[in-house]
Design a protein around this ligand. Structure first.
Ligand code: IPE
Ligand code: IPE
Ligand code: MG
Length: 240
């Protein structure tokens, strides 16, 4: 059978997991783990930019993460605010447009204003889109789309997949071709349930702070060797 070789993924979605375990193994605090995680995120954004990946989505904070200890939640928010401030110039210089997937309205004011300013300043970036999933819940994203569609007064029979997609945070973007989750768990944790219906799922043991561009290349090489069938048979695909 002919080996199907995929092009580079157009959209990579990453679940940056394992900051806590990384820190624990080193006798450090969870906060130290999150700080190291931010450094890894910065490197991976640039590595994807260099590899001409047009869309990257990073899971930074889930709606469920509000249940963590208050001090950890505040630290995550302050690291994020700092990250946005530090990175915005670099994003602009590299043609990166920032988008947010998630509910911005209920975030603390400093996070909200850092996000809004970064969105505004990077709005013209035409080389790459980086989506930050922030206060994100996939089920909530679907419910939000349903509410908006219902409020639009559209005739139920006229609701198509396109209508639905247009009401997701990811409107106008391709679905993730590749989902990467670090640190060993094999679950999606409420991440992009609609958009990942046909994504290839890559799981690795590496904790997020240790996920380097070389690890990214391993994931890309794995992806390149997958046969994406979308319901068809291998024979049908090789005829194409
Ligand atoms: C991922 O690392 C970062 C966030 C969820 C914000 P974790 O903090 O979940 O690390 P583990 O899973 O406890 O090791
Ligand atoms: C998913 O990781 C959320 C982020 C990476 C931001 P979690 O660590 O919160 O997921 P669970 O709790 O292990 O499913
Ligand atoms: Mg975790």
């Amino acid at each position: 059978m002919e080996q199907i070789v995929n092009e580079l993924p157009q959209h990579i979605a990453i679940i940056m997991d394992g900051n806590g375990r990384w820190a624990q193994q080193r006798g450090l605090t969870r906060g130290d783990g999150h700080r190291a995680g931010v450094r890894a995120a910065r490197q991976i954004v640039m590595a994807c930019r260099e590899r001409h990946i047009p869309f990257l989505t990073l899971y930074a904070f889930s709606r469920e993460n509000w249940g963590r200890p208050r001090a950890e939640v505040s630290l995550l928010f302050s690291l994020l605010t700092q990250f946005l401030g530090d990175e915005v110039e670099n994003m602009v210089a590299n043609g990166i447009r920032l988008q947010v997937f998630g509910e911005v309205g209920t975030l603390p004011a400093p996070v909200r204003s850092a996000l809004e300013s970064a969105l505004r300043r990077t709005a013209k970036g035409g080389e790459m889109t980086v989506n930050l999933a922030m206060n994100y819940s996939g089920r909530e994203e679907i419910l939000r789309a349903v509410r908006r569609i219902a409020a639009s007064g559209i005739n139920p029979g006229d609701i198509t997949e396109e209508t639905f997609r247009a009401h997701l945070y990811s409107a106008g973007q391709p679905d993730p071709d590749l989902v990467i989750r670090t640190s060993g768990e094999r679950r999606l944790s409420n991440y992009l349930p609609f958009q990942t219906a046909y994504s290839e799922l890559y799981f690795c043991e590496t904790h997020w702070p240790d996920f380097t561009p070389a690890e990214l290349d391993r994931a890309l090489a794995w992806y390149a060797g997958r046969e994406r069938r979308f319901g068809l048979t291998s024979d049908q695909l090789s005829e194409k």
